[in-house]
Design a binder for this molecule. Structure first.
Ligand code: ADP
Ligand code: MG
Length: 471
């Protein structure tokens, strides 16, 4: 293949189906193939990436994927190099192995509106299953919600979702309702918070309208009850809920509940009720990792119709680690301030917003090495430090020339970990270790590999070091 651009397109076409769409777009947007060059160590592909951050992330997470794909396109290529190239990268939004999805989306558009008729006026139509970015962490709750939406009243009944504040419980709960209504606008879906349910019962009793209330809930096909931890202990409402629950359950109507804690920890509620909550599917929502947070921010920025520099989104994602609601809040603030001043958001402006909102909090990823934005991005230096600490030799000794056993073994171990865990090239490791030949590094790694087969102490040492740095 002669043309670098064509070659890069076919590399990305191979990578795209192997990862989540949002991650693919986040990390490969504006990348390019800069050149394919011949070096003493063989043919090397130079990949252009828009930011240092993206470079580190791709090297940390996707290096092998990229190398494999590159080698499928050109079997002679032995290694990759990365260069920061700010312009001329590829728009990867066109690269997709899932074109059918787009078609479906367009066709379904009118139905979305149809589905939000009278009965669902309590549901926010922004909360959909597809606008919930599950990531690795929340695959299970998302999959379970999808299953419930596809087959309400099926095996996942009741479904109980729990997790911390602002992690998307209400979103997922309403998404189930929206999806069911989209499939069948005739279905009766009722969303209510537990708190409100209690006050409705109290009101109905006061007005002598209990029968009406009962009818109201007996009609529903799907009951979405939010924040059951706020189910105040009131005999009458608890009793009423108990009946409603049983009736719906017995007639195979779907019930979905959310809470900030698992059913067993709802101490204020009658045991008979909490036991029922746990009968179907119980699933926990967790705070997503950095990569997913970036994807969420990207989507929220798109929803707001704003094009924001990925570095700004990455900065926010690195610094807001408590809830998605806060993540959105910071993003909104960053957008608002930029609009007021009629400029685009920058990392610097995001830092200012962040300082205003969280005075005392330490800020990550600004004025310090970008590489350390996330702990999962490990550098050779981190490994060297951990190894030096473990074996009580200095980093200088590790990279130096001393050929005593007490230093040689740690040096080889260090090279081995960098090669196998960070997937660094032999050449690069050689450079980092005082300009050694890549064959020297290769031999060191092979020696450790061989030793590992019979030396259990070495296995333990290496595991301990890896654990120390979170590998
Ligand atoms: P909770 O009910 O758990 O307190 P919400 O469902 O109200 O949290 O979520 C807070 C905000 O964060 C909402 O705007 C929601 O759309 C958003 N959000 C939470 N998790 C996600 C996610 N995984 N993907 C996209 N948006 C999310
Ligand atoms: Mg909520």
């Amino acid at each position: 293949m002669t043309n670098l651009k064509d070659m890069w397109v076919s590399v990305l076409t191979r990578i795209e189906p192997t990862m989540q769409r949002t991650n693919f777009v986040t990390w490969f947007q504006n990348t390019s193939l800069v050149e394919v060059k011949e070096t003493s160590a063989g043919r090397v592909a130079v990949v252009g990436v828009p930011t240092a951050f993206a470079r580190d992330w791709i090297i940390g997470k996707y290096r092998i994927k990229v190398l494999q794909a590159v080698q499928e396109v050109d079997g002679e290529i032995k290694d990759l190099e990365f260069d920061i190239v700010s312009a001329g990268g590829l728009d990867v939004s066109q690269i997709s192995s899932r074109p059918e999805k787009k078609v479906r989306k367009v066709r379904n558009k009118p139905e979305i509106n149809l589905g939000n008729g009278l009965r669902s006026k309590m549901l926010n139509n922004r909360y959909t299953l597809s606008s919930f970015i599950a990531g690795q962490e929340n695959r299970l709750p998302h999959a379970a919600a999808t299953a419930v939406a596809n087959m309400p009243g099926g095996i996942y009944n009741p479904m109980y979702i729990y997790g911390g504040v602002g992690l998307g419980k209400t979103h997922l709960l309403q998404a189930i309702g929206n999806a069911i209504l989209k499939d069948d606008p005739e279905k009766v879906v009722r969303y209510i918070t537990a708190e409100r349910f209690v006050s409705e019962v109290v009101e109905s009793i006061k007005r002598g309208e209990m029968n009406r209330f009962k009818g109201h809930y007996r009609d529903v096909d799907v009951l979405l009850l939010d924040d059951v931890q706020f189910f105040a202990k009131k005999k009458s409402s608890e009793q009423e809920f108990f009946h409603t629950f049983d009736e719906l359950y017995d007639s195979n109507k779907q019930i979905v509940l959310t809470s900030d804690r698992p059913p067993s920890e709802l101490e204020d509620l009658d045991k008979r009720i909490t036991t029922r909550f746990g009968m179907g599917m119980v699933t926990e929502i967790l705070m997503p990792e950095f990569e997913t947070r970036v994807a969420i921010l990207q989507q929220k920025a798109a929803e707001a119709g704003m094009l924001i520099d990925p570095e700004v989104l990455e900065f926010i994602a690195a610094n807001v680690t408590t809830s998605i609601r806060e993540l959105e809040g910071v993003l909104r603030q960053v957008i608002t301030e930029a609009q007021i001043d009629d400029r685009v958001p920058t990392v610097k402006s995001a830092v200012e917003v962040f300082r205003k909102l969280y005075r005392a909090k330490e800020i990550i990823g600004y004025d310090i090495e970008k590489k350390r934005l996330d702990r999962s991005i490990m550098t050779s230096q981190d490994v060297m430090e951990a190894v030096s600490c473990y074996y009580r030799v200095t980093v200088g000794e590790l990279t130096g020339e001393v050929r005593k056993k007490e230093v040689m073994v740690p040096r080889q171990v260090c090279m081995y970990i960098i090669r196998h865990e960070l997937d660094e090239s032999f050449e690069k490791i050689g450079e980092d270790f005082g300009g050694r030949m890549h064959t020297t590094v290769m031999n060191a790694c092979n020696r450790i590999l061989k030793k590992l087969k019979k030396d259990s102490r070495l296995v333990r040492d290496i595991n301990a070091i890896k654990k120390e740095i979170g590998l």
